[in-house]
Design a protein around this ligand. Structure first.
Ligand code: MGD
Ligand code: MGD
Ligand code: SF4
Ligand code: MO
Length: 734
């Protein structure tokens, strides 16, 4: 049979690259980037090129599973599982109230709007407020900072215009996090050719840092200090946009006073940098006519993430690096309705302190969601409101949540744990039901997610009105019984006689989305395309139109010129937010010496991404193991000598919480005193691990109830104090 080629939206990570998959005799034989794609320009990564193969790995579940009395899993028909789970949800909510049922949306739930839309509607139908997502263990500072600072409605410019870009603890060339846009390496190369200056602040000389004009290889956990010093220097040098600051912001004087103690010399001492490099950074960024700042997971996980993200926005506002009146907003929206393109600020609002209150640590709902780091305690703490059932939608708490030891206790304590997972993940192993889903290439796809995350900050999402929608390109495995995630929620609601009202993701304004929500016909199961029509209702370009472009296209949409601020508009950005300034004053008051010397736990374990692996997904695909088949512990060669270990040796990495094993790897790009390791490896605490294959869960080293952010609850997941020693046995298991 002749070969065929099918276009597809990759969904192996959030970036949704437009790819081409070659088939022979119905089998995928190769996947590659699409050179003709107008925004990805042929980009692909190994994870995307392997994604079709992941669908056919032997580890793939083809049937859902239920756990029997003896603890082993048996196959269960999806219809039967739906009825049984619905009955158990009903029994739990009748006995303990709706709050006893919680939902955790992990990356593969967050990245799937159809699944998310139905799951959220189901939670509203049972009246449970207990919805958690991976956002609060990722970059929760982004939402909080945007709320406190206010949003500039027209948005920011993009890398196509920037004279300077500052990346703070993020490596978008590998991670596709914000900053560089789609095809990040190409975008960076072109921008640099144009003269854009790149500043990178990171304890590791990342792929981005290697191309930086100025690289500040800082001590981790000092980002608020460094950014405050940069702001102070910009003010001192007069590198601020006074028209913007005077007209559109409040709080300049408060900011100026609060950053005053952060002299370059002070910041340099704390952060282990040269004072003149901090001054240089302020000048490179401050002299840029147009620019952007983007922070990532590193600083969000190293303490005071809200403050770091807030200062990111303050730097942009000091320079007025937002789209101004009369400028063109390049993306007027395809599947998502953007905020109105007006040169005005939304009024700042609270970042926390509303909605559901958790029973632990005084935590509340936040703009980034309920604090996921506290969910284990909500499960383990007896009394009214105790969480007894958990739906895990495309996530893997056992390998991803902080405090793996407590998470393990929590998962085992649940009366009902339902995991939607195509593999027997470490969490799925503990589940009462594992629901085997269809995988992305077996269902319709589109680029709404990546367009949606364009709101996270500069350099996220598309800089043009690009959209792609594709049909399923693969059949489900023969003889399988798989469902889409939304089907389980739909089926449960039907079984319980509950109505579902699904809000569209195409509309960002919450009140408007509520108004335009769809009351789903519960007498039948919708067709998959109807589901997407509901999820992307009233999009700027109708989904039916986008579906005509399976290879993706830039739509011919009228150019949006940023309009003047409407008369009487009173929204101002707040660059002197009271809680943030109070926190910055706390930073200034911290005793520095104690931060610099820690004899007991002298190393700082810092987070990182590996190029070929995405979180805990599909590690078993051998082609993804071409570079690393285990979780390497990257350590500076000088530190290796001091520790008496060589590359390939097993080391014990110990925090006050626990010990894990890792395989040492000499890495001159890591700042001395740091150990750089990826998350989402390892096994459950009751399982022997081999550091050369599956060992090394960094989450085990952290606590969820110490050293946490008082609002989002995110504990220290990077910059964890540890000590390192050579392990006694080469293949010792903990
Ligand atoms: N120490 C430390 N901890 C961290 C981090 C860190 O840097 N350091 N990073 C944090 C971050 S940024 C995040 S986002 C979280 C991630 O937290 P999680 O989202 O909880 O973890 P993942 O490993 O992404 O889990 C994805 C799960 O979805 C399953 N899956 C894959 N494809 C599909 C699909 O198509 N459908 C369904 N239903 N399931 C699917 C996978 O098998 C896997 O079990 O981890 C956080 N934890
Ligand atoms: N290949 C690949 N891509 C991914 C993922 C993956 O697992 N693999 N995961 C996806 C997910 S869930 C997310 S959220 C994004 C995350 O995207 P990014 O945030 O860009 O993630 P990283 O590449 O880990 O970059 C974090 C950087 O922070 C640095 N760092 C650690 N601590 C500190 C600190 O205290 N201060 C400073 N300044 N830097 C610090 C680390 O050295 C590291 O270089 O990536 C996504 N893309
Ligand atoms: S970056 Fe993400 S979306 Fe793009 S090819 Fe790789 S895995 Fe797929
Ligand atoms: Mo993430």
């Amino acid at each position: 049979m002749a070969g065929t080629q099918k276009p597809v939206t990759c969904r192996a990570c959030h970036a949704q690259c437009g790819l081409l998959v070659d088939f022979e005799d119905g089998r995928p034989i190769a996947t590659h980037g699409d050179k003709n794609n107008p925004v990805y320009h042929g980009y692909s990564c190994i994870k995307g090129r392997e994604f079709a193969n992941d669908h056919r790995l032997p580890s793939r579940l083809t049937h859902s599973l239920a756990r029997g009395e003896n603890g082993t899993h048996r196959g269960v028909a999806s219809a039967e599982a739906t009825a049984e789970i619905a009955a158990r949800v009903k029994a739990l909510t009748d006995a303990h109230g709706p709050r006893s049922v919680a939902l955790y949306i992990g990356t593969f739930g967050y990245n799937n709007f159809a699944a998310q839309g139905w799951a959220l509607a189901f939670m509203r139908a049972i009246e449970s407020p207990m919805v958690f997502t991976s956002v609060t263990i990722d970059q929760p500072g982004k939402g909080v900072a945007s709320a406190l600072h206010g949003m500039w409605l027209a948005g920011s410019t993009t890398i196509l215009d920037w004279d300077a870009l500052m990346l703070v603890g993020t490596n978008p060339i590998v991670s596709m996090n914000g900053g560089l846009g789609m095809n990040p390496a190409r975008a960076l190369k072109q921008a640099k050719k144009r003269g854009m200056k790149l500043i990178v602040i990171d304890p590791r000389e990342t792929d981005c840092a290697k191309q930086a004009d100025l690289f500040l290889q800082c001590r981790p956990g000092e980002d608020p200090t460094i950014l405050a010093a940069i702001a102070r220097q910009m003010i001192e040098d007069g590198l601020i946009d006074h028209t913007f600051v005077d007209g559109e912001t409040n709080g300049f004087e408060t900011l100026k006073q609060t950053v005053a103690p952060f002299t370059p010399a002070y910041a340099a001492e704390r952060a282990g940098l040269a004072a003149e490099d901090i001054v240089k950074a302020a000048r490179l960024y401050g002299e840029a006519e147009r620019g952007g700042v983007s922070a990532g997971t590193g600083p969000n996980m190293s303490g005071r993430g809200n403050l770091t993200e807030y200062l990111v926005r303050v730097l942009m506002s000091l320079r007025g690096h937002w789209l101004k009146e009369g400028e063109v907003k390049r993306n007027p929206g395809v599947l998502i309705n953007p905020a109105p393109a007006i040169a005005a600020a939304s009024a700042p609002g609270p970042g926390w302190g509303f909605g559901e209150k958790l029973r632990v640590r005084g935590l509340t709902e936040t703009v980034s969601g309920l604090p996921t780091a506290a969910l284990a305690d909500e499960i383990l703490t007896p009394g009214d409101g105790q969480v007894k059932a958990l739906f895990v939608l495309g996530g893997n708490p056992m390998l991803a949540w902080p405090d793996q030891i407590k998470t393990f206790e929590a998962m085992k304590a649940l009366d009902l744990l339902v995991c939607f997972d195509p593999r027997m993940s470490e969490t799925a192993k503990l589940a009462h039901y594992v629901i085997a889903p269809k995988l992305p290439y077996e269902v319709e796809g589109n680029t709404a997610l990546n367009e949606f995350i364009g709101n996270f900050g500069p350099g996220w999402g598309y800089d043009r009105p690009y959209g792609q929608a594709c049909d399923p390109i693969m059949n489900v495995p023969e003889g399988s019984d798989l469902i889409e995630e939304w089907e389980l929620f739909h089926g449960m609601a039907q079984a319980l006689g509950l109505p579902l009202r699904v809000k569209p993701f195409s509309i960002l304004n919450p009140a408007e989305a509520e108004k335009r929500a769809t009351d789903v016909d519960m007498n039948r199961t919708p067709a998959p395309d109807e589901v997407w029509d509901i999820i992307l209702k009233d999009s700027p370009v109708p989904l039916s139109e986008v579906r005509k472009h399976p290879t993706g296209t830039v739509f011919d949409r009228p150019e949006t010129v940023v309009q003047p601020k409407p008369p009487g508009w009173d929204g101002h950005l707040d660059i002197g937010s009271a809680p943030m300034m109070a926190e910055l004053a706390e930073v200034a008051a911290e005793p520095v010496a104690a931060r610099l010397h820690d004899n007991e736990f002298p190393f700082r374990l810092i987070s990182r991404r590996l190029h070929d692996m995405h979180n805990s997904n599909w590690h078993e695909n051998e082609r993804l193991q071409r570079k690393w088949a285990y979780n390497p512990a990257f350590i500076h060669p000088d530190d290796m000598v001091r520790l008496g270990v060589g590359t390939g040796d097993v080391v014990e990495i110990e925090s006050t919480r626990a010990k894990i094993l890792g395989v040492a790897e000499a890495a001159a790009d890591v700042r001395p005193g740091c150990i750089s390791m990826s998350h989402a490896w390892g096994r459950n605490p009751d399982t022997a691990e081999d550091p050369y294959t599956d060992g090394g869960n960094t989450g085990r080293l952290s606590y969820n109830d110490r050293d946490f952010d008082p609002y989002t609850g995110i504990p220290r997941m990077s910059t964890i104090p540890v000590r390192i020693r050579r392990a006694n046995t080469a293949r010792a298991a903990e």
